[in-house]
Each structure stands twice: as C-alpha cells, then as structure tokens.
Write a protein that binds this ligand. Structure first.
Ligand SMILES: Cc1cc2nc3c(=O)[nH]c(=O)nc-3n(C[C@H](O)[C@H](O)[C@H](O)COP(=O)(O)O)c2cc1C
Length: 234
C-alpha cells in the first residue's frame, strides 16, 4: 500500500536518476489535490538543472536528501494571486441562460468568488480588512454558527493547508512511480527565494527531494505515537 510504503528517504542513488516523465506526471496529479475554494493559490518550482540543484544543497542546510536528489520540487503558496484566480473560477461558470439551475449556479458562483473571496483574501497595511472580518464573524457568530475569518495568520494557514496537500499527493504519486521523496522544511527560505527568483508573493511551504531511494536513506523504523493518544472518538 502506497501510504505504508512511503518513507522519508534521505539518501538517493545518484547513478539511477528519476526520469523527468515520472516527475511531470506526479506534478500533474499533485495539482488535482483538494484545495480551499478551488483557488489553487500555489506554485511549484521544479529544480531539474543540476547546477541549480547543486547550489540548493547548501541552502537546504547540506541535507543528504538535497545532496543526493535527482530533482527538487519547491511547493509555494501565492496569496497575491487571489484576484486572478477568483476571476478564473468565475469564468468557469456556465454561460448565463437567464433562468434555471445554470443561472442559479452562476449567481452562487458570482457571490462566492465575487464577494466571499475578496472578503476572505483582501488585505491592507492598516489591518482594516482583518478588523471587518473579525468583527463581522464575531457579531454574526453571536446568534448562529459562522466561519470565523481572521487576519494574515489565518489566511496563511488556509494557503499552506492546500499546498501541503498538493505536496503529499505529489509524494504518493512519486511513490506509485516506484521512486522516493523527502519533504523538507530545513532550508533558508530567503536565500532559496533569491536563488530561484521566486515571485515576491511566494511563501515556501516545503521542498520535496525526489530520487531513487537506497536502504541507507531510511533512518530506522517508522515510529508513531499510539493511536489512542492522538485520536478521540466521540
Ligand atoms: C513539513 C515537513 C517538513 C519536514 N522537513 C524535513 C527536513 O527538513 N529534513 C528531513 O530530513 N526530514 C524532514 N521531514 C520528514 C519528517 O522528519 C518525517 O516525515 C517524519 O520523521 C516521519 O517519517 P516518515 O516520513 O518516514 O514516516 C519533514 C516532514 C514534513 C511533513
């Protein structure tokens, strides 16, 4: 089973690189991941160039996974794209027919992507939008259940949830191709952004090292806390 077979592998066989096709297919699958409101506020940078990959090693704190990887994929969130992606979602709506279910769907989408998304994602230097979101949620929440909207921290969490799911899908897809991965958060985000010329709105979620795993790359048994310690059944 894929989920059981996947391990974080820190040493890859550099003599047997992972073919580009396998990475490309896995990226396509990663982009099918569930994501908040289908806003797809993510961006992936696939580091294939050996010279750039080499320079990434020091920025990934010299980790073996980075040192021996055939590919590195940098998963980033892109909050700055919210307007463009909300518009794109709106454009996917069926053409207006004047009445019927399509028209109702269109109205709903207009409300969702035209009103709710700006409400959730808009930000300003004075925090006025956050204040409106917090106050609005609080007041509405006095009488009924509401989604509690918040500030930049809340927005960031939303984006990273979706991006991390894409990274996980990618890792499972690579596993299904017969190769291995190691997710990494041990890197210098400032320098990685500079080296890869990432967009200034990019926030790196994690870097996934991809390669042909070696037994020495699995550091010991897989250990997890007892299920009962982390699970509550009500
Ligand atoms: C967000 C995230 C960041 C991680 N960062 C690193 C890292 O920088 N270096 C590393 O060797 N492993 C890293 N890991 C791998 C974890 O250490 C690993 O998943 C955990 O020990 C469980 O082992 P398993 O993946 O083999 O089940 C990271 C995992 C996640 C999910």
């Amino acid at each position: 089973m894929l989920v059981r077979a996947r391990r974080s592998v820190r040493k890859f066989d550099r003599e047997m690189p992972v073919p580009d096709d396998a990475v490309r297919r896995s990226i396509e699958l990663a982009l099918l991941s569930p994501n908040s409101s289908n806003m797809q506020l993510w961006h992936l940078t696939w580091v294939r160039d050996p010279a750039v990959r080499e320079r990434m090693v020091t920025l990934c704190m010299g980790q073996n996974a980075a040192k021996t990887a055939s590919h590195l994929v940098v998963f980033q969130t892109r909050q700055d794209l919210w307007r463009r992606h909300a518009k794109w979602n709106l454009e996917q709506a069926p053409p207006s027919s004047g009445s019927g279910p399509d028209e109702r769907r269109m109205k709903l989408m207009r409300k969702y992507y035209g009103v709710l998304m700006p409400l959730a994602y808009r930000s300003d230097p004075f925090g006025l939008n956050t204040l409106v979101r917090r106050l609005g949620s609080f007041l509405l929440g006095l009488t009924r259940p509401v989604m509690r909207l918040g500030g930049s921290g809340w927005q960031r969490v939303i984006l990273h949830k979706s991006c991390a799911l894409a990274a996980q899908t990618f890792m499972l897809a690579i596993q299904a191709e017969g190769y291995d991965t190691c997710p990494m958060e041990g890197f210098d985000a400032v320098r990685v952004k500079k080296l890869l010329a990432l967009h200034r709105g990019a926030d790196i979620c994690m870097i996934v090292a991809v390669g042909n795993g070696t037994p020495a790359g699995v550091y010991g048994e897989r250990r997890r806390l007892p299920t009962e310690e982390v699970l509550t059944i009500i």
